[in-house]
Design a protein around this ligand. Structure first.
Ligand code: IPE
Ligand code: IPE
Ligand code: MG
Length: 250
């Protein structure tokens, strides 16, 4: 898959003049609950509304030339929420399948999922597998949904798999490199995020892609996720394009 992504990228660089479009954008979709409470509605209505924002942004990012859009949908810490809310959120992939799949197909979007999916309820896994299967041949933007994902948990699973390589004699401890760790993370098929967006006014990472965001540019907005529109996404990208990335250099 790594080959596929990078071939894809080379092709688009050959024909694409939009060179400073971020290749990988990550979004912490936050503020669904507050969006609903502000309207006197239960929090879950906010999650239902927030789901509708996903296609709007994926379609727009695709047209812009973004290659990967990673959305934080459910964190490994979100199990701390009331069971009714957790149950509702984990039913959303089924709703997503029925209401959003035709639009994703029409826009050539390929859906992927990252996180500890094995610990999700079987109905969630089934919906997620179906969406991935149905969109697997699409070669437009990759919509990568982080479900039961935590940045630290990602590093732990990577360390476990790398340790097992050492144990089996497939590599030596002293030969371990940063690239080898990156290759064991859930994001191994993708470049690191260029741009991180967080909605709802919170200025924190909440355990999202800790390793991968070492050099990402951050953009925060007070807009709540259900209200997040293409104009906000465009603003984030335009701010990104004015940033000077130095990676420690001058
Ligand atoms: C983000 O919205 C969605 C998830 C974490 C699943 P929240 O549910 O966190 O909304 P607020 O932050 O409580 O408003
Ligand atoms: C982060 O939002 C997780 C997702 C958007 C899925 P939270 O709402 O869970 O983050 P905290 O609790 O405010 O840090
Ligand atoms: Mg929140």
């Amino acid at each position: 898959m790594l080959g596929r992504f990078f071939n894809h990228q080379k092709e688009s660089q050959a024909v694409d003049v939009k060179m400073d479009v971020p290749r990988h954008v990550a979004i912490i979709m936050d503020g669904n609950g507050r969006w609903a409470l502000k309207r006197g509605m239960p929090r879950n209505i906010g999650h239902r509304e927030g789901m509708k924002t996903i296609h709007r942004i994926a379609e727009y990012a695709n047209h812009m030339g973004v290659k990967v859009l990673t959305l934080f949908a459910f964190s490994s810490e979100n199990w701390l929420r009331p069971k009714t809310e957790v149950d509702f959120i984990l039913r959303l992939p089924e709703r997503f399948l029925s209401s959003e799949l035709p639009k994703l197909q029409a826009n050539n979007v390929q859906v992927r999922v990252m996180g500890a999916v094995e610990a999700l309820p079987s109905h969630t896994k089934k919906a997620v597998d179906t969406v991935m299967f149905e969109t697997a041949d699409n070669d437009g933007i990759i919509l990568n949904l982080a479900l039961n994902y935590g940045g630290r948990a990602d590093i732990v699973q990577a360390v476990k798999r790398l340790s097992s390589d050492v144990e089996q004699g497939r590599c030596q401890i002293e030969d371990i490199t940063e690239e080898m760790i990156s290759e064991k993370l859930y994001t191994s098929d993708f470049p690191d995020p260029d741009l991180l967006i967080r909605t709802s006014g919170e200025i924190r990472l909440s355990n999202f892609m800790l390793w991968q965001m070492a050099y990402s540019e951050f953009w925060f907005t007070d807009v709540l996720w259900p209200d997040f529109g293409t104009e906000h996404f465009a603003e984030a990208v335009s701010v990104f394009q004015q940033r000077k990335r130095r990676y420690g250099g001058v």
